[in-house]
Design a protein around this ligand. Sequence first.
Ligand code: SF4
Ligand code: SF4
Length: 344
Amino acid sequence: MKKIRLGRTDLMVTKTSFGALPIQRVDFDYAKLLLRKAYEGGMNYFDTARMYSDSEEKIGYSLADVRDKIIISTKTHAKDPKGIEDHLHTSLTNMKTDHIDIYQLHLAKQVYRPGEEDGLYDAMVKAKEQGKIGYIGLTAHSVDVALGAARSGLYDTVQFPLNHLSSPKDLSLIEEAKKNDVGIIAMKGLSGGLITNASLSFAFLRQFDNVVPIWGIQWEHELDEFLELEKNPPELDEKMKAAIQKDQEELSGEFCRSCGYCLPCPADIDIPQAARMMFLLRRMPWQVYITPEWKAKMEKIRDCINCGACKSRCPYGLNTPELLKKNLEDYEQFYAEHAHLVEK
Ligand code: SF4
Ligand code: SF4
């Protein structure tokens, strides 16, 4: 399997790597089946986070015996040095290891620096000096934070959502990171399920030799698809470029990436699904969403109390309440026009 050097870390990671967020939704044995198959299929890099419930434990359960042959990154969302120390201890225990190759500050709202009052960056340095972590990374959904981290000289890796739908500013991170020899870990390669043709994103991200996509994998058929793409990488030819352009036209502008950072919602609205319902109806088999259950879920949007919490948390700056209302309006119209076509 093709490997790339992940910026100045000198870690040689497989160009096709494993994002372990979705394995928190399957049981331990199924997670092991996936992780072992990925490893045996050649993948050597696995990314997880303290925030992903039992994902770290599943990595420990499945890959502890090959720990010295793989590269592991995890993340801490702690807000103070003691929290980082505790998270790191838990992560090491969960993954049955004495060190994390890349330890990342999760969903950073700013570029944390040495000597600051919060003490987060200093705590990372301390962990590195203790040999508990190899390299310091940061993950962000804000491109300004990601660019700032790449330019700062403080971070070995930056993790950021990237795919062929990314804006030119988002994509400028790749060049900026290259100039500073920072490795880019690309999350959301399929944009939270909106990109239905994985080969497009795969071919697009393959052009960049300092970017490693970590594909979120929950099911064996998804893993098989990425292993197959790695064996026979699609070329970014004219046909592929035309398909990418079509995706960009359909999905351009402001859209919900389904990241879930706006949750919880006091009105219990399933924002990550409801805010992109019209995309889902257009791009997935729409019959799945024309059901009484989905109708009831969408109608919950009317319970919105306009607290603004979702809007203030959305890293993409979306006006989430407005987006929800628009989706409800369009969904109800679509429902009225299509419900009679769904087999009972
Ligand atoms: S503004 Fe509405 S949708 Fe957003 S968190 Fe508040 S209640 Fe939920
Ligand atoms: S509204 Fe924003 S924060 Fe919420 S899921 Fe969508 S992109 Fe993420």
